[in-house]
Ligand binder design. Structure first.
Ligand SMILES: *Cc1c(COP(=O)(O)O)cnc(C)c1O
Length: 472
């Protein structure tokens, strides 16, 4: 084979080193410029026209994806960032309220740029000396927020509550194996649990979760008592949720923790949404009982205003993470570990791993617990305000007062088909994104309010949009 000939031009500049920032700066002018142009053209929470129109525009702009010769850094960056911004659902718009899709803070986004530039990888210390130390410090602080009375709580950084839930089930499975090696772990969850619990059980080879009915929206402790009694000879893990996917409610955590204690069985709490109340002095009591869980899933890319991904799995004691210990000579050779190089492999099932902790650390330091708590209080207050407006409105019904920052409502005298149609019309016109929740008495629109800048006028306008798409 002939030796490869080097390309004629100088290679594209790198982001790191002392020269990297010089190469970055002009590109950083291009990115905000393209973001502004895209957002200005869109002029709303999402593009009009639905999937067909968006796909056509993206294909027209971004084709060919792999040209034979490139267009250059500025053209490519400007064209594609602008196209993405123009046709994005923008969580920073007050009428983008369909999901737990958070508008990231500017400072967290700026920190994320440094994470990309330095690109530490948290699978071995020699790839991430500072990032691993920063991660240890911040996960300790966040674990202490979740488990304030424990001497050595810990937390793993994950890609989100889906991964946190998987890890929680895995840890419980491994613990159960040591005491009852021949009986598989049985998961018990409410019908209100997140879908990822079922997937995690499937992935880990566990039996289908025993699912408790939750007609009120939360687990009834008597149902859990009956299930734990019936399964008393089987190892179990009970799942409770703080911020359920549908009605966004909090399971009765102290009652469920009492029952798990009585039956000597572990409890996992999926607090992907509600966990952020921990930051607020006034709202925190709603999470009483959280610190009795054996594992807790938290998600700072929901209430926490982080760019994706920013998940955590907290445990009351760092020794609970031992089942994840793993050894690979090229990453954590025993003699390196013995010589004092931190062993990072046991802190994730991933190998190459982004320093998602940097943006989190910058946010925690910049805003402090109170600052983040105030943001959480603001969005919860905004939800109450929307509920008040709906309550007073002659053409809307409110499902219930909000527990967190989500409001379920629908036009009076609607039917499910009409409600579903209204949601799609709002999407299609680009006026608003709202979620949907099916309850025993039919379909409701769901507004998930995560934007701390949403004003009362924004809420009135949102209802006006819904009303405009409601048939009379
Ligand atoms: C969002 C959510 C999840 C999934 O978390 P990801 O961050 O999307 O992986 C799990 N459970 C609950 C209750 C959630 O709200």
């Amino acid at each position: 084979m002939p030796a490869p000939t080097p390309a004629p031009s100088t290679p594209a500049p790198l982001a790191g080193g002392t020269q990297g920032p010089h190469a970055l700066r002009p590109l950083l002018d291009t990115t905000p410029h393209a973001l502004t142009q895209g957002a200005t053209t869109r002029n709303g929470p999402l593009p009009a026209g639905g999937p067909h129109a968006v796909t056509a525009r993206i294909r027209a702009t971004a084709h060919p994806a792999l040209p034979e010769t490139g267009t250059g850094a500025h053209e490519s960056l400007h064209t594609l960032v602008r196209a993405l911004a123009e046709d994005s659902a923008d969580p920073a718009h007050p009428h983008c309220a369909a999901h737990l899709h958070s508008p990231p803070l500017a400072l967290a986004t700026a920190a994320d740029l440094a994470a990309s530039a330095l690109n530490p990888s948290l699978d071995s210390w020699d790839q991430a000396p500072a990032a691993s130390a920063l991660e240890a410090l911040n996960t300790e602080a966040l674990a202490a927020l979740a488990y304030p009375t424990r001497p050595a709580p810990d937390a793993l950084v994950t890609t989100g509550a889906t991964e946190s839930n998987q890890l929680a089930l895995l840890l419980a499975r491994e613990n159960a194996r040591t005491t009852t090696p021949h009986t598989p772990l049985q998961i018990i969850c409410g019908a209100n649990a997140h879908h990822s619990i079922h997937r995690a059980a499937w992935l880990l080879g566990l039996p289908t979760p025993h699912t408790l009915p939750t007609p009120t929206g939360v687990i009834d402790p008597t149902h859990l008592h009956d299930a734990l009694t019936a399964l008393r000879d089987t190892p179990t893990l009970t799942i409770a949720t703080a911020g359920t996917p549908d009605k966004r409610r909090i399971d009765p955590l102290p009652h469920l923790a009492d029952l798990c204690d009585t039956h000597h069985t572990p409890l996992h709490i999926d607090a992907a949404y509600g966990g952020a109340l921990l930051f607020s002095t006034t709202l925190r009591p709603a999470l009483t009982g959280l610190d009795r869980a054996h594992t807790i899933a938290l998600d700072l890319h929901k209430l926490g205003w982080q760019p994706i991904a920013a998940g955590l799995l907290a445990v009351p004691d760092t020794t609970a993470l031992h089942p994840l210990a793993h050894q690979a000579d090229y990453l954590n050779a025993p003699d390196d570990t013995e010589a004092g190089l931190p062993d990072l492999l046991g802190r994730s099932l991933r190998t190459t791993r982004r320093p998602d902790i940097l943006k989190i650390a910058v946010t925690l330091r910049a805003l402090g617990r109170q600052g983040i708590g105030h943001l959480v209080e603001r969005v919860c207050a905004t939800a109450h305000l929307l509920a008040d407006l709906i309550d007073k409105h002659p053409r809307f019904d409110l499902y219930a007062r909000p527990t967190l920052s989500t409001v379920l409502f629908r036009p009076t005298h609607t039917n499910d088909r009409t409600t579903a149609h209204i949601r799609r019309q709002l999407l299609h016109t680009g006026h608003a994104t709202l979620g949907r929740t099916t309850t025993p008495d039919g379909l409701w629109l769901k507004a998930t309010l995560l934007n701390p800048h949403t004003s009362p006028q924004n809420l009135t306008d949102l209802l006006t949009h819904v009303e405009r798409h409601t048939p009379t």
